[in-house]
Design a protein around this ligand. Structure first.
Ligand code: 5GP
Length: 236
């Protein structure tokens, strides 16, 4: 049974579970934010799409042997997860150049990264999630050098699985952001969500952007795009 609200973020609410101390319920919201909350809008159905898409992705990753916090979907907008303490790092894996890296460095959009490039950002709204290096990450979090190496290697491995998964539905995985958390017994597992809010996805045939960039860049109807992604995933 759903307990009290523990935390509310930009895209999700987190609830305790009565009688199950080591579990949480994630409730996906309809709000969309970009540019660290400076742009904000609510879309009917968004919470449902991201909950259902994220659940499908976590189930696929479990089949591939990746440990995650995901336990099961509960309803259209909520999922049961293992309680974790989030490590305050955004682990971004880039397979093709797009977004912030093309503004920060002299790298043209669509440049392929082989092998994929891993970047770490420190989760801090006040500081606008700054890009950090490994030494900064070790200083700012409780992860060890070995754990950080494992996190980065796991993120790249997850990228291979995700790219295969999305390619099944004719989507090219450009980049994505992961968050890892520590379970009550200390194990580091993939946490948070994986959805079109956290991945860049381009249609393989048309190159059409099919992710939150539609909202960030005012390219069209965001829910139409998320609906298409879920419909494609429901066919496999
Ligand atoms: P960029 O650094 O180019 O803005 O983002 C790289 C990738 O990470 C994109 O797929 C983007 O959606 C994701 N990402 C980076 N930061 C955030 C964030 O704070 N929230 C979400 N939802 N996604 C992020």
């Amino acid at each position: 049974m759903k307990g009290n609200l523990l935390y509310e973020g930009k895209a999700k609410q987190v609830f305790n579970v009565v009688g199950e101390e080591e579990k949480l319920i994630l409730s996906y919201k309809n709000d969309a934010t970009a540019f660290n909350g400076k742009k904000k809008e609510s879309f009917v159905g968004k919470g449902r799409y991201n909950n259902l898409i994220s659940a499908k992705i976590f189930n696929y990753l479990h089949e591939k042997g990746i440990p995650t916090h995901f336990e099961k979907g509960l309803n259209e907008t909520e999922q049961l997860v293992k309680k974790t303490t989030i490590i305050p790092l955004e682990v971004v894996v880039r397979r093709i150049a797009a977004g912030s890296i093309t503004r920060r460095l002299p790298i043209k959009e669509k440049t392929p990264f082989i092998p994929p490039l891993v970047e770490l950002f420190f989760k801090d709204d006040v500081l606008d999630d700054p890009l950090v290096n490994d030494d900064h990450a070790l200083l700012l979090t409780d992860v060890t050098k070995e754990e950080l190496q494992m996190i980065k290697e796991t993120a790249v491995a997850i990228g291979e699985h995700l790219a295969d998964f999305f390619y099944l539905v004719n989507l090219s995985l450009v980049d994505f952001k992961l968050e890892f958390g520590r379970t009550v017994d200390g194990q580091i597992v993939l946490s948070d969500e994986i959805s079109p809010d956290t991945c860049r996805l381009w249609d393989v045939d048309t190159g059409e952007k099919m992710d939150k960039d539609v909202f960030r860049e005012d390219l069209g109807d965001l829910m139409d795009v998320y609906n298409k992604i879920l419909a494609r995933l429901e066919e496999i």
